[in-house]
Design a protein around this ligand. Structure first.
Ligand code: ARG
Length: 591
């Protein structure tokens, strides 16, 4: 049930009857809601070529339209305005109330889509830069589920890179691993003693700093990394133990954010596919050697054109840079691009998805463009498979610069969550609710997520905790609060179930807001951005507030009327909850 389509159909019937070419006929939501609900500027588009005044064409069309559900009128200079009848709105409300998807239209040909987000790196602490990927990724995945696609979410851990070699080398040198390196050590029996997350959080940064200053150390770390990748002992056993420790912590953090993954695979799982992947490029003569490395030229015409140097010491620059993808390093080591290409090969063998969607920050845009082009050139990704990179902007502090601690350091992801939960607790305490830490988490994290997703994904935005956590305004807590309020209404009003009968302007506005909310799922789907869904969710909550303030629901004496109003409340609740679920935000019973 879709008003826009119904209205378009009615208009197109009328237009054809008049002998006018209907191509270009479009109906949109009204931008003058006080005058009408939908509008079309079709008459203005076609009038000129017909040699008539737009208003006269609009009038002619309106005169030949026949509908009980919609009221059409022609207005100057040539718009066709459409008002939906109360009856049609009541029917729509009933349809949504009965529909298992709350009216959200399902895709015609469901696809299988792999969502690659999270991307935490084993042995490295999650920080604020890791917030957006699980927030945006989880919401996009749920959006696709809500619309009927099949999805597989993969956290794609960074679990096989240099950071592992660095960490193990540092632990080794600091004496944490002596037992593992002892002669005749029984690796199956050994436990990582004294190696806690806190230790890892110290050892990795220490090693990372050292590698920039100490060439020998860096070389040794490269060797350790290679040993891990070759599954050499005791490196591989140590690696597995560190991985398990770290992954448990990563999972805990993602759970706090409601980011859940179907598979906890990582770069290491793609490792067995690397050789095959590289051979494909070599066999198809797509790879060439360059300074001992193996590269694939992915630039297209007009890209990566050298700009003439003004002097010899100036570095070489390129017009439209699209550098070749390096798939094997001079020392034979494999690279980020290679792992991603091998991962696509693996996913296609194991899942054969119609689309793979990656959610990372926009600094990885060139990387993914290279990877995608490599996979298309080589046929590793079939022609009809869609590869999508959703690149998000930076989360900034109020100073407009990337969010930092007061001392200028990197903020841990855990600390951001704690901050949100504490602030939410304080707000709840103001309302007399104390000691409910799960409720505070739902509100605090919900506030963060709604604040994030309200922006176009690609844009940088400012992390403004007070604003995000406000119980009033375009915020997550406001939506949760609306639901809590409805819960209390439904309990006190003894809702018995029944239909919505739309009678007044406030009720009309609610159902029209619902129509818009439902259509915003498709907009979010098409744009890979949830801002439209956030906004229309807020608009529905806000239309509900107006209705709630203007009508005395609980003291209504006409019981049919009261039940109809409660039915509307219950419908709003279901649709708000569905929208929050899609955004990856928890609803709350009370607050
Ligand atoms: N681990 C990577 C990082 O920290 C993110 C992984 C994103 N996904 C991918 N398939 N490359 O930057």
């Amino acid at each position: 049930m879709n008003f826009k389509e119904q209205i378009t159909e009615i208009l197109s019937f009328a237009v054809k009857k008049l002998g006018i070419d209907e191509s270009g006929l479009a109906v949109s939501f009204s931008n003058r809601p006080e005058l009408c609900d939908f509008q079309s500027n079709f008459a203005m588009v076609v009038a000129k070529s017909m040699g008539f005044k737009p208003f006269d064409v609009a009038t002619k069309i309106v005169e030949s339209v026949n509908s009980e559900e919609f009221q059409f009128s022609a207005v100057m200079p040539g718009f066709i305005n459409v008002k939906v009848s109360n009856k049609a709105l009541s029917n729509f409300a009933e349809f949504v109330a009965k529909d298992e998807n709350c009216g959200v239209e399902q895709v015609k040909n469901p696809k299988l889509i792999v969502f690659d987000y999270g991307g935490a790196n084993v042995a490295k602490e999650l920080h604020v830069g890791h917030l957006r990927s699980p927030i945006v990724g989880e919401a996009l995945k749920r959006l696709h589920i809500a619309m009927g696609d099949k999805t597989i979410s993969d956290v794609h851990l960074g679990d096989f890179g240099l950071q592992m070699g660095l960490t193990i080398l540092q632990l080794h040198q600091d004496g944490f691993l002596d037992k593992f390196f002892a002669k005749d050590a029984d690796l199956s029996e050994l436990k990582l003693e004294n190696v806690t997350l806190d230790v890892l959080n110290e050892e990795y940064p220490k090693a990372s700093k050292r590698k920039d200053e100490d060439e020998e150390f860096k070389k040794l770390a490269d060797t350790y990394t290679l040993y891990i990748q070759q599954k050499k002992e005791p490196y591989f056993s140590i690696y597995n133990k560190i991985r398990a420790l770290s992954v448990a912590e990563i999972e805990k953090n993602y759970n706090l954010l409601n980011a859940t993954f179907d598979v906890y695979l990582g770069e290491s799982d793609a490792f067995p596919f690397i050789e095959d992947a590289i051979n494909i490029f070599v066999d198809k003569k797509l790879a060439r050697e360059s300074d001992g490395a193996l590269v694939v030229d992915v630039a297209r015409e007009g890209e990566h054109i050298p700009i003439e140097k003004k002097s010899d010491d100036e570095p070489q620059r390129y017009k439209n840079p699209m550098p070749p993808a390096i798939i094997k390093k001079y020392n034979g080591g494999d690279l980020y691009a290679t792992t991603d290409i091998a991962t696509i090969l693996m996913r296609n063998k194991e899942f054969n998805p119609d689309e793979i969607v990656y959610i990372t920050d926009n600094r990885q845009s060139v990387h993914f463009e290279q990877v995608f082009r490599c996979c298309k050139l080589s046929g590793i990704s079939p022609e009809n498979q869609k590869l999508t990179h959703v690149a998000f902007g930076t989360m900034n502090g109020k100073d407009g610069k990337p969010f930092k601690t007061r001392a200028g350091g990197v903020v841990k992801l855990k600390d951001v969550v704690n901050m949100l939960v504490e602030s939410a607790s304080a707000k709840l305490a103001e309302n007399g609710i104390v000691g409910d830490s799960e409720l505070a988490r739902r509100i605090g994290v919900g506030a963060m997520k709604f604040g994030d997703l309200s922006n176009t994904v690609a844009k940088d935005y400012v992390f403004d905790m007070e604003k995000f956590l406000s119980f009033d305004g375009k915020t997550g807590p406001y939506i949760q609060y609306t639901i809590a309020r409805i819960n209390s209404l439904l309990a006190k009003g003894e809702f018995k179930g029944g239909n919505v009968v739309v009678e007044n302007a406030d009720e009309r506005n609610i159902v029209l807001a619902l129509v818009k909310l439902i259509s915003s799922y498709q907009i979010a789907y098409d744009t890979y951005s949830l801002n439209s869904l956030c906004l229309s969710t807020f608009d529905l909550a806000s239309a509900f507030s107006t209705f709630y303030n203007n009508h005395k629901i609980l003291t209504e004496t006409n019981s049919e009327r009261k039940q109809s109003m409660l039915a509307l409340c219950s419908l709003v609740k279901a649709c708000l909850e569905k929208a929050l679920w899609t955004l990856g935000i928890d609803s709350v019973e009370k607050m």
